[in-house]
Design a binder for this molecule. Structure first.
Ligand SMILES: O=P(O)(O)OC[C@H]1O[C@H](OP(=O)(O)OP(=O)(O)O)[C@H](O)[C@@H]1O
Ligand SMILES: O=c1cc[nH]c(=O)[nH]1
Ligand SMILES: [Mg+2]
Length: 210
């Protein structure tokens, strides 16, 4: 599996704000928005483009546009905080939604929402979820996409744990991972260490469980 770590100084400073336990929900959401812009920008470097003539006020120039804008798929809840900034950079994109909540005892994802196009053949997909921990949630989401014919899937994360990366890689599914950092490990409650806590709760509120 191809893994890109976006370790730009500005990305690192937004990630630091997200890690800081003193950062409040509003500041956390703002840092996630900005970091997502940087992650999408880097992920899009390899997107296919096509050329077309564009009339400037002076002459005709060669214009560039994405040949095949990706379907954006935020994984609810936490991925919702990445949706707006991704769509701002990719205004031609459509958006699907997957809702998953990790069971607190088995750590397996429980699916509660699925709103995706039926046929994804030939459509690149950009999955948005800040956290790749055990990998169960993203694997579930990617399987939904592959079942619909997707063969070109980029997963955009803020933090990834080695165990989650290994699980996605071992699946053999057509995944590329773009993340701002790879952290050390998971704790006994399957939270990323040092991590940033629960990315859903830190945006939208809830009880700390780590
Ligand atoms: O790799 P995993 O072990 O599956 O864990 C990662 C998942 O956990 C978080 O969601 P969570 O289940 O907390 O739901 P939330 O977004 O509603 O908080 C996160 O946004 C991922 O989807
Ligand atoms: O560290 C973690 C692990 C799973 N989900 C989160 O939001 N954070
Ligand atoms: Mg959560």
């Amino acid at each position: 599996m191809d893994v890109l770590v976006v370790d730009h100084p500005l990305a690192k400073s937004r990630l630091t704000a997200m890690r800081d336990a003193r950062t409040d929900n509003g500041q956390f959401r703002a840092a996630l928005h900005e970091l997502t812009t940087m992650l999408v920008y880097e992920a899009a470097r390899s997107f296919a483009t096509e050329q077309f003539p564009v009339q400037t006020p002076v002459a005709v120039a060669e214009g560039t546009r994405l040949a095949n804008p990706p379907l954006l798929v935020p994984v609810l809840r936490a991925g919702l905080g990445m949706a707006d900034s991704a769509l701002a950079l990719l205004p031609e994109s459509s958006m699907g939604f997957v809702g998953l909540a990790r069971d607190e005892e088995t750590y397996e994802p429980r699916a509660y929402m699925e709103s995706l196009p039926g046929d994804l053949k030939g459509i690149p997909v950009l999955v948005l979820d800040p956290m790749l921990a055990t990998g169960g949630s993203l694997l579930h989401c990617v399987r939904l996409l592959v079942d619909r014919g997707a063969t070109d899937i980029t997963v955009l994360c803020v933090l990834a744990a080695p165990a989650g990366i290994e699980r996605l890689a071992d699946s053999g599914l057509p995944i590329r991972l773009v993340t701002a950092a790879i952290d050390e490990k998971l704790n006994e409650r399957m939270y990323i260490v040092p991590g940033l806590g629960d990315a859903g709760d830190r945006q939208f509120g809830g009880m700390p469980r780590f």
